[in-house]
Design a protein around this ligand. Sequence first.
Ligand code: UDX
Ligand code: UDX
Length: 457
Amino acid sequence: MQIVMIGAGYVGLTTGACLAQMGHSVVCVDIDAKRVADLRKAIVPIFEPGLDELIESGLANGRLDFTADVRAATAEADMVFLAVGTPSAPNGEINLSYIEAAARQVAPALKPGATVVIKSTVVAGTAQKVREIIAEEREALDFSVASNPEFLREGSAIGDFMEPDRIVVGTDDQRTARRMKEVYAPLIAKGAPFISTSTVNAELIKYAANAFLALKIGFINDVADLCEKVEGDVSAVSRGIGLDRRIGGAFLEAGPGFGGSCFPKDTRAFAAIGRKNGAPQTLIETLIERNEMRKRRLAKKIVEQLRHTAGRGGRVAVLGVAFKANTDDAREAAALTIVPLLREAGLTVSVHDPRAKDPSLRGVAWSDCPYRACKGADAVVVLTEWEEYRKLDLARLIKEMKGNLLFDYRNLFDREKVLASGFRHVAIGRAPAEAQRKPVKRIAHPRWSDSAAVAMP
Ligand code: UDX
Ligand code: UDX
């Protein structure tokens, strides 16, 4: 099938490259001419494991191409996917202007029988809105609109696409449902469940899924706070509840609070949809507040401990800016809340991340090595669960540092090893633990005053 993808971002690029890999002919369109030019040379603007190879093979076999020319690409398309940004407006509602602009851009060149597929995360009723925009522009055109939300996690997006838990398609006519099944035929043949429902249900499924996943995280983070007070261990509690098939162990890792371009945006949007339609999503409203408060509270804990051990002007090394491991994306990452608060408290902050760089972090010293980032530091704070951090040589790390505070905000480290290296271990969901002062080995010495008794060598 001839497919056009409007928006070559984290979602559009991965989806387009995977559809090409499945045998479709795909043209990705983007307004960012430099991004298009780079992509045509297989220079990929984002880090997503495996994406570079997919794009290279798609370009090589001619099934994937990139252009900034919406009209030319749309004129040939059987399906036009919209995967442009749907950022949060100040009141939490999503900004649909890019989706509406994209609908207006594709309307003039759409060929009869084409389907416009909304891939971006949009509020219930957006498919109808897109249909109206296009119908206004092309009164007599025979076309359809479908909603096809994505459930891709950054860092594992290709696997999530190629082996989905389910494919959700919202359409208001059987013909479109059949065409959407054709698009995903190879995945359905491998057993992926295909849900065909109304566009409103498909739009709601996406928000409800993300809101629920975020709720699991918020819940285990609250349980972690309780564990810290009652000598519990949240990792044990998480495992103990997660083995219940009705709960499931996924998304029960306590941490510094969720970030990314989706959970924060989608929970705010879901709450706004509820408020707007007289069905307030109070659990999600509370979740949003507590998640932001969590990041601030963790920063406060660091400042207080530093003030106690190093006075004002302490030095902190922050390891991890990406909102999670295996991505270069720092959107709404915990570091973006915590680091500025450490700076405001007068602390000197060095920062390291294997992939993510965020220009919004001002007045920090970026380092390209976690050990160098920790040089002279009174404390080290781990905010992202990079494998590279899990493997840090703690004995070497503490030698670089001035102090011995390790804020392990992803519970990466084995406590015994941390204490054996001489750190004070401040983890999530466990009471802090001090390196046991090694008892000074007293060797029975004759008293020096009995000099006669001491046979000097
Ligand atoms: C986006 C939405 O933010 C998300 O809600 C939705 O689920 C999927 O699409 P993402 O791919 O992460 O997620 O967005 P982003 O990385 O910002 O990429 C959007 C791309 O669309 C950018 O490359 C931008 O240049 C492009 N774009 C934006 C257009 O091509 N046309 C536009 O009118 C607006
Ligand atoms: C999410 C959804 O998982 C995905 O289905 C949807 O399509 C897009 O939004 P993503 O934002 O890429 O994916 O990352 P995800 O793996 O869900 O993590 C989101 C945040 O939650 C990260 O900050 C992560 O560190 C945090 N998290 C996740 C936890 O704190 N604990 C967990 O157990 C899982």
